[in-house]
Design a binder for this molecule. Sequence first.
Ligand code: ACO
Length: 328
Amino acid sequence: MADGTTLMVSVGSYLPERVMTNHDLAEMVDTSDEWIRQRTGIAQRHIVAEGQKTSDLARHAAERALEHCGLTGSDIDLIIVATSTPDDTFPSTATKVQHQIGATTAIAFDVQAVCAGFVYALDVADAMLSAGRGRRALVIGAESFSKILNWEDRSTCVLFGDGAGAVLLERCEAVDDFGILASRLHADGAHRDILYVDGGPSSSGTVGHVRMEGNKVFRHAVEKLSSVMDEVLAAADMTVDQVDWLVPHQANIRIIEGMQKKMGLSDERVVKTVHHHANTSAASIPLALAAAVGDGRVRNGQILAFEAIGGGLVWGAALVRYGRPNGQ
Ligand code: ACO
C-alpha cells in the first residue's frame, strides 16, 4: 500500500428546484405537517423535475466540488457514485457523470449501500487511492428517491427527498492527523425485510417501491451507529472531545438527536439538514457537509464524524480532518 494521506479537499451539492412541503403532502395522503415534524423533524423536501435524472444531480454536485478547488474533470482519476436510484440498470450513473464532466481518463462505477452509500463509497475510494489507483477521486452521493416511493403510502412517502452531494479526495504525501483518519463499515443481510424495495431486474422485472418497518429500523439505528462510532474513534485513537462536527446521515431528527445525546455533543457541534432536505439517502451526508462548509460552520482543519445506516442493513462511520494541511 502506497504511503500517503487521502485529503478531503472540497465539497459541492445540488438540490432540484422544486420544493414539496408537508402541507403539499397533506393534500396527497392522510398526513399532517404536525405529524411529520414531530416524528421526523422534516418540513420540506426537494423533488426532481420531469426528465431530470440522478446523473444530472450528480453532475451538478461534482462540477461544484471541482469549481471550489479550481479543477476540471480531466484532473480526476476515479469517480464513484453512491446511489440506489441510478438512471438505468446499466450503465452505471458514474460513467454518465464521467462523460458529462469530461473526466476521460477516470475509472467510474456505482456503489449501492442505500443510505450508507456515502460512507461505503468513501472507504472504497480511500482504499483505491491508498493502493495507488490514482491521485484524485470524486465521491458522489446522488438520489432521486421520489422515483421509488409509493406516493399513496404515507408511512414512507413523507420521509424522503432528492438531491446530490460530492466530495473531492486527493492523495498526497503522508501528513499526520489529516484527511481520512479512520473508517469502519458493517453489513447484516438478516434484516433485509425491515427496509427494502419490492422490485428489481432479477426479481419482479420492475423498479419497485420502498417498503419499511420504520419503528424496527429506528430500534437498530442509534445502537448500531453509536457502536460503529466508538469503533472508528478507537481506530483513530481519538475521543469524542476531539470531534468538531458530527455530520450524520439525515434520516430522522430523533435518530440524530439520539446520537448527539450518546456522544454528549452540544447543538453547535451537529449539522442538521433533515428539516429542509428530508432523507436523501446516499446524498444526505455530502449535502449536509456542503451546507455547513458553505455557511462557514465547518472550517479547514476541523475534525468531522460521519455516520449512516441504511437498507441491508448496512452501516458505517468515518472520521476526517477536512481540507488541506496548509489551508490552501
Ligand atoms: N402521517 C400520519 N400518521 C402516520 C404517518 C403519516 N405520514 N405514517 C404513519 N402514521 C401512523 C401509523 O399508521 C401509526 O398509526 P396507528 O398507531 O394508528 O397504527 C402511527 O402513525 C405510528 O406509526 P409508527 O410507524 O409506529 O411511527 P414512528 O414513531 O415509528 O415513526 C417513522 C415512523 C418516522 C418512519 C420512524 O419510525 C422512523 O423514522 N424510522 C427510521 C427510518 C429510518 O431511519 N430510515 C433510515 C434508513 S432509510 C434507507 O435506508 C432507504
